[in-house]
Design a protein. Structure first.
Length: 406
């Protein structure tokens, strides 16, 4: 692997760090979550070099003070996902108070050898190249351990060259983050619109009619259980399988799906093959509580960590999905999750939850306004796709020794 340039010295990561450790083990520490307080973030909160606090859990101030010396990242520290989006990295650039959970590494580097932004980009480059795949351990939940992280070879061009490379990549990254922030504003606008029109669906201050979840549905079921069905996934195949991580808020992502071949596809039940108009709901893992509408005729299946929800014909699908994705409903969902390595909610638990059911006319008004917002968001998404393409091109060139710098 030609990194940064020819004949560049490399060093094991363990020789370049002052400290590297995982975040809080919430199981052994018996951490109690609160509706508000100091956030504790997980690997799902790092996406494309961007830190967000959506759906974060919270700790008390007392708990924060107890753990902050070890689990509060500081300026220029790096966070690296060791479970989930393995290898994805983020450099800390501010001093906002938060703690990190067990599925993140906190790395403190020796600054005399390594420039933090350069190193973060390098780790993300390795993640994009699937470098870590060969080193994963674990059963259902794969992870990378500290020893493997410590053995990663890190290129060490002169510090001034590291800074030049990082500056180029940071500039391209700032452009895509600015575009990402615009998309976030559209999401916030939709959330604000929902609140203005309907209020908090949990406390229901406007007194709407409420119904149990199951009253809106024809049926709902989890996806294929690969263990009992003895079905194997692969990176290539003819039939894509959507997992919880591909279920986005309101949209479905096929970029990172796994596949099965024709033989395995024939063994997957039709109930695990969604169709246009269904709702998908992540019920296991870090993406728990996220819903999207199936708006494609593409044939695919769903994994065990996804619910397929078939709604009744008179249910406004867009309104229902946004209610599922509302921060208030998601907060209730997460409150039902007991402290566990892999959070989940069962069909029985969600079946008896109350959901508001405003008059159909008002639901339709909401859906029309959301469509207008989504149209603008789609344009911003196109711009973000271009920004991602530019950044990824520069990232590849940087660590292949093809990026021109002074």
């Amino acid at each position: 692997m030609n990194l940064v340039g020819k004949n560049v010295h490399t060093e094991k990561l363990s020789n370049l760090v002052l400290d590297m450790h995982q975040g809080i083990n919430t199981v052994t520490e018996k951490v109690e979550y609160l509706p508000e307080g100091i956030p504790i973030i997980q690997s799902k909160h790092i996406t494309k070099g961007y830190l967000h606090f959506n759906d974060a859990k919270f700790l008390s101030k007392e708990a924060y003070l107890k753990y902050k010396d070890k689990y509060q990242p500081k300026l220029d520290d790096l966070l690296v996902c060791n479970i989930g989006t393995i290898g994805k990295s983020l450099r800390i650039s501010d001093d906002n108070p938060f703690l990190i959970a067990w599925n993140l590494f906190l790395i403190k580097i020796k600054k005399e050898h390594l420039f933090s932004s350069f190193f973060a980009h390098y780790l993300n480059y390795l993640a994009d190249k699937k470098y870590y795949d060969r080193f994963l351990t674990g059963g259902t939940v794969k992870f990378i351990n500290k020893k493997t992280m410590g053995n990663i070879p890190v290129p060490l061009p002169p510090l001034d060259q590291q800074k030049q490379i990082a500056n180029i990549l940071d500039t391209a990254d700032a452009y895509r983050q600015k575009t990402k922030a615009l998309i976030d504003k559209y999401d916030a606008l939709t959330q604000s619109l929902f609140l203005d029109m309907f209020g908090d669906p949990v406390t229901n201050p406007k007194g709407w009619e409420t119904k149990k979840f199951e009253a809106f549905t024809l049926k709902y079921n989890q996806g294929v259980n690969t263990t009992t069905e003895k079905i194997k996934y692969s990176k290539e195949g003819t039939f894509p399988i959507v997992r919880a991580g591909e279920v986005g808020k309101g949209s479905l992502n096929f970029d990172s799906v796994v596949f099965v071949d024709e033989e395995n596809e024939s063994r997957i039940k039709d109930t695990c093959k969604p169709v246009f108009g269904d709702v998908l709901y992540a019920n296991i893992g870090a993406n728990l509580g996220t819903a999207c509408l199936v708006e494609t005729t593409k044939k695919f299946g769903i994994a065990w960590n996804v619910f397929r929800i078939q709604l009744k014909d008179d249910v406004n699908r867009m309104f229902f999905v946004h209610q599922l994705n509302s921060e208030w409903i998601r907060r209730v969902i997460w409150s039902k999750v007991k402290t566990a390595t892999v959070p989940f909610i069962s069909g029985k638990q969600i079946a008896v939850m109350d959901f508001i059911n405003p008059p159909q006319e008002i639901q339709n008004q909401f859906a029309e306004r959301v469509k207008a917002i989504e149209a603008q968001k789609a344009l911003a998404q196109q711009e973000l796709d271009k920004a991602d393409e530019l950044f990824n091109s520069l990232l590849q060139k940087a660590f292949k020794g093809e990026l021109k710098h002074k």
